[in-house]
Design a protein around this ligand. Structure first.
Ligand SMILES: [Zn+2]
Length: 248
């Protein structure tokens, strides 16, 4: 598929076997609840691909908990709540995985016929939600890190992210390929995430970081800018080719 422009409020980025799809404020009005955002993601995916899909979403709590969906009976299209976790994985085609963000990073992974969608703020990154998810893709689907594409969506930039020493100290416990994520009293979460993915064995050439800052641009909901009433972006990944990994 070709990458779409985001004038519609939706940016679709090709990723191994499918697409990572990011909704901004224009496709995710303030006031939508978790179900409503999953429903909006499903509607956008249906417009892109011409077919309705089930949309899996979770209660997010900045953890390293993950949920793997394996189909028994086919799910009907529309939102499906799966419980509490911050990373969702599947090898089922035409089954969207959605996380919600407003400054945290959305991270999509895909390769070898499996996909994952991750909600990654500093707490999740410090808890190594990326490492857990890359490990699960290998353990559950036999996908090596070197076979993965990654897309790191737009979160809060270092321009708007002063942090205390405790945040830097928590992140420093993870192995990252270089220290460029760390500034003077600020951190660059996207650089941290891409550096962590490289340290986990992903090919840096296959790790794409979308430019921008949720607090700089009116295109995005931002918790730092808008406070408690802040809306959320929806961020999705979906396998569209139906490839299945070989049985390990
Ligand atoms: Zn900014």
């Amino acid at each position: 598929m070709a990458e779409t422009a985001s004038s519609s409020g939706v940016l679709a980025v090709p990723i191994a076997g499918g697409a990572a799809i990011f909704g901004d404020r224009a496709s995710a009005p303030s006031g939508l609840d978790e179900w409503g955002l999953a429903d909006a993601a499903g509607a956008a995916i249906e417009r892109l691909f011409g077919r309705p899909v089930p949309v899996l979403y979770a209660r997010q709590e900045h953890t390293r908990l993950s949920f793997t969906y394996s189909a028994g009976e086919p799910l009907p299209p529309g939102p499906h709540f799966v419980g509490t976790c911050d990373a969702l994985l599947t090898s089922e085609p035409w089954t969207a995985l959605v996380v919600r963000t407003a400054d945290c990073l959305p991270v999509a992974l895909a390769g070898g016929g499996a996909v994952a969608m991750i909600h990654a703020g500093w707490r999740g990154l410090a808890a190594d939600v990326l490492g857990v998810t890359v490990g699960r893709l290998r353990a559950e689907f036999g996908v090596a890190p070197g076979a993965l594409d990654a897309v790191v969506g737009v979160g809060i930039g270092p321009c708007h992210y002063p942090v205390g020493a405790e945040v830097v100290a928590a992140l420093e416990r993870q192995q990252v390929i270089d220290g460029s994520w760390r500034g003077d009293g600020v951190v660059d979460l996207a650089r941290f995430a891409s550096g962590r993915l490289a340290a986990l064995g992903l090919d840096p050439a296959r790790v794409r970081v979308l430019p921008g800052c949720t607090a700089c641009s009116q295109r995005y909901h931002s918790f730092r800018c808008d406070g408690n009433p802040a809306g959320r972006q929806w961020n999705a990944v979906v396998l569209t080719e139906g490839l299945r990994p070989p049985t390990p």
